[in-house]
Design a protein around this ligand. Structure first.
Ligand code: GLA
Length: 783
């Protein structure tokens, strides 16, 4: 071996850290971001972290999951803290039992691992409202993630103080195992207000985290949007990323900083009605190896995702896309706690990068095993209509938060006069799924995911009782749509005979999410059906973990002995709900299913494996069969070419009003490649800022991959740079590839910005493109 190689190896070894486990070195220690590397007690330390979320894992399984992470080769566990979990009612904090985060952190220390804590206040995490409490929404003009809203700031200060009381004594400098605490979360994706971030940093410090190293996380494309002195910077990115590209700009701006990917996405989350997400083992391992070879610290998001029990699963927008209950994430440890191929690939990789004297422990014995019970028929039924509480009344429909309700459903009722012919009911904004009944007869539904707002009513010659049952899925957890009040937002309008009547004087019946668990429902052994609670008891003599299969049911939630398992929905991709054995007991167990309209099938079955099946709906695709857009009579307002280099490309347009935009990709970087892909598309307004895409809708895309992956054209404006639009991989069609977007209203635009895919793959990288705009819908012609 030549001298240069020996020295390099030696340096790499030093760089790859001197392994000191949290357990070995009990007592006060020090950890900080040093020059070029993190330092534990003055020596270089490489963080190999695994993210776990304590509410997504039943408490009894916490320790086994921590040990599994250690057996995967990790030295640190990274956690979020969820403000809305601990303060479900304003000023009432709960850090006990399943919420005892200090106990979780101590378990991590007991197992010889360090801890990274991310207390928000905003966390994203596919968690209801990104971790912010729903009761903040009782303030009409609420603003969040800004120092300008006194209610938000005072709530966050009180919450952070409580977190400090729980966890500040566990800072490494005080003899605990917490090596770093994060300030806010990916703030660069939201704003550029350095003052707000400084205020959050100061709140964290003054809440007791006086000594610990603070850090922030962002993306390579936006980390420089704000400044935050005294706080280390890290970047987040996904499986298959090009590591040198990811850190290129960061290195230039912070030449002395240690490098860390604080969220290396192992997989991705699933959304209702969209294909199941996976990320291949090889792609994932490749970039992890690249990080190890470069001595870059990392945290696996998620190492084990677990389950978003109850009402905690969040949503993305635009377009509104609620996240499913399973947070399996295609992570190395699956939803049930079993190691997967990805787990073993990581363990095998990391074995090559251990420090002298360090070893990876054996894989722990499973704490529980999978079982499948007999099918169960739910004979008892309690109809929503027979179990209504006393109503609130108001002239206009009131959202859930103003009725002091966090989650669940609301029934909005009023009598409407005879119409004598067909009419249209228009609900301005029902969050999130509205079922319309006339005299308790089901008429139809409005699904927010599909932007449905109108429903045709049959003719009726006498006054009828109109019921609108609005059921909620998760609050938006990412982007500006996070102010997401539930129930009916805005007016309900009856369009009859050309006349539009805003319906007034409503009765509103609150059906809070845990009504079923709080008893008092009047069950009848009955074959009646409709929205309501279906109940039965199951006898169990061997407890274990299982999946409850809801195939045949429609949409709703399940409780087992009062534990809310979360939402199910027949559109998939998940048809099962994870039921941990910890929720069961030997003997009789109560099972309650709330379904918005279960019909004949009242049986549930149990399986040892999850069932994935998607019912494809038309919203998945935006092409128009035999038609194609016709641009013969329109001139492009911009043309351009990508160079093949990564990063945003901006093109200016003569400022003008438009409602519709069309991007036509003419060819790919590789002339043989017939597919197209693009990560993001932004429109620049008159003020030079990106136009908010809340109202945007894809009206046409000639091709989209929606079967093997979730790559529909709306991914162009979802603000997730790692999630892309890609043309179909199975049904390849030649260029040009076109996407047309309706901006929802006229906007004065001054340019467009486009971001090619940011992973290592170059598939579908566009070269030349044209850009069209129009105030009227584009015309289409036969192919
Ligand atoms: C970001 C957020 C996380 C999570 C992931 C996607 O990185 O910081 O909370 O939402 O995206 O799973």
């Amino acid at each position: 071996m030549n001298l240069k190689k020996t020295v390099t190896l030696l340096l790499v070894n030093i760089f790859l850290c001197i392994q000191v486990s949290a357990q070995q070195a009990a007592g006060a220690q020090d950890f900080r971001a040093g020059k070029g590397h993190f330092e534990l007690n003055g020596k270089p330390f490489l963080i190999r972290a695994a993210e776990l979320h304590y509410p997504r894992i039943p408490k009894k399984y916490w320790e086994e999951r921590i040990q599994l992470c250690k057996a995967m080769g990790m030295n640190t566990i990274c956690i979020y803290i969820f403000w809305n979990l601990h303060e479900q009612k304003e000023n009432q904090y709960d850090f006990t039992g399943q919420n005892d985060v200090a106990e979780f952190v101590r378990l991590v220390q007991k197992n010889g691992m360090f801890c990274i804590v991310r207390p928000g206040p905003y966390v994203c995490a596919e968690w209801d409202m990104g971790g912010l409490p729903w009761w903040l929404l009782k303030k009409k003009d609420l603003q969040v993630r800004t120092g300008k809203d006194a209610v938000y700031m005072s709530g966050l200060k009180k919450y952070m103080k409580k977190v400090g009381e729980q966890l500040a004594p566990l800072q490494i400098q005080h003899g605990g195992n917490i090596i770093m605490v994060q300030v806010e979360n990916e703030y660069g994706t939201w704003g550029d207000d350095s003052q707000y971030m400084a205020a959050v940093r100061d709140v964290v410090r003054s809440s007791g985290f006086d000594k610990v190293q603070l850090f922030r996380c962002d993306w390579s494309s936006n980390f420089d949007r704000y400044q935050l002195p005294g706080v280390a910077g890290t970047l987040n990115f996904g499986a298959g990323s090009n590591i040198d590209e990811q850190f290129k700009k960061f290195r230039q701006v912070n030449p002395d900083a240690p490098l860390m990917c604080s969220e290396y996405w192992t997989g991705w989350f699933d959304q209702w009605g969209r294909p199941h997400e996976t990320r291949g083992v090889d792609t994932f391992i490749g970039s992890l190896k690249d990080m190890m070879d470069r001595g870059i610290s990392f945290s696996l998001y998620m190492a084990h995702g677990g389950t978003s029990f109850g009402q905690w699963a969040g949503a993305n927008a635009p377009p509104y896309a609620p996240t499913v209950t399973s947070y399996d994430y295609d992570a190395p440890i699956d939803e049930t706690g079993k190691p997967t191929d990805k787990f073993f690939a990581i363990r095998n990789l990391l074995k090559n990068y251990l420090n002298p004297g360090e070893s990876i422990p054996e894989i722990p014995k499973p704490v529980s095993e999978m079982v499948a019970f007999q099918d169960l028929n739910l004979k008892n039924f309690a109809s929503v209509f027979d179990n209504l509480p006393k109503p609130a009344t108001d002239e206009d429909p009131v959202t859930m938060e103003f009725l002091n309700q966090g989650w669940g459903s609301i029934l909005y009722r009023k009598t409407i006069p005879a119409t004598g012919k067909k009419s249209v009911l228009h609900i301005e904004d029902a969050h999130d799924y509205a079922l319309v009944f006339l005299d308790k007869k089901y008429i139809g539904k409005l699904d927010r995911r599909l932007n449905e707002k109108n429903i045709e009513l049959p003719s009726f010659s006498k006054p009828v009782q109109l019921d609108i049952l609005v059921e909620t899925t998760g609050r938006v957890n990412y982007g500006q749509a996070i102010i997401d009040r539930k129930g009916i937002n805005g007016n309900v309008i009856l369009e009859n005979n050309g006349k539009k009547d805003i319906l007034k004087n409503w009765k509103m019946y609150a059906l809070p999410v845990n009504l079923a668990a709080e008893n008092g429902l009047k069950y009848k052994n009955s074959q009646a059906s409709g929205p309501g609670w279906y109940q039965a008891h199951i006898n169990i003599n061997r407890i274990g973990d299982t999946f409850m299969n809801l195939t045949g049911w429609t949409k709703g939630m399940v409780w087992v002995n009062g534990h809310n398992l979360g939402h199910y929905w027949n559109i998939g991709p998940t048809q099962t709900l994870f039921l941990p054995g910890t929720f069961l007991k030997e003997g009789s167990n109560e099972i309650v299913v709330y379904d918005v309209m279960a019909k004949d099938n009242r049986t549930i079955s149990f399986t040892e494996k999850p069932v994935y099946e998607i019912i494809a709906d038309s919203s998945l695709l935006h092409n128009r069969g035999g038609e194609q857009p016709d641009f013969r009579n329109v001139q492009p307002v911009a043309t351009g070419s990508f160079t093949g280099e990564p990063g945003w490309k901006s093109t200016s347009v003569k400022p003008q009003n438009t409602r519709y935009i069309a991007l036509v990709a003419l060819n790919a970087q590789d002339s043989k490649d017939t597919s197209a892909s693009l990560a993001e598309l932004e429109v620049t307004g008159e003020d030079g800022k990106a136009v908010d895409p809340q109202k945007w809708k894809v009206v046409y895309a000639d091709s989209e991959e929606v079967i093997t992956a979730n790559n529909s054209a709306d991914k162009l404006f979802d603000h997730q740079e790692s999630v892309i639009w890609q043309t179909s991989l199975s049904k390849q069609t030649p260029y040009p590839h076109t996407v047309i977007i309706d901006l929802g209203e006229e906007v004065k635009i001054s340019g467009i910005r486009l971001l090619p895919r940011i992973d290592k793959s170059r598939k579908g990288m566009i070269r030349d493109f044209k850009f069209y705009i129009s105030r009227k819908p584009f015309t289409f012609s036969k192919k």
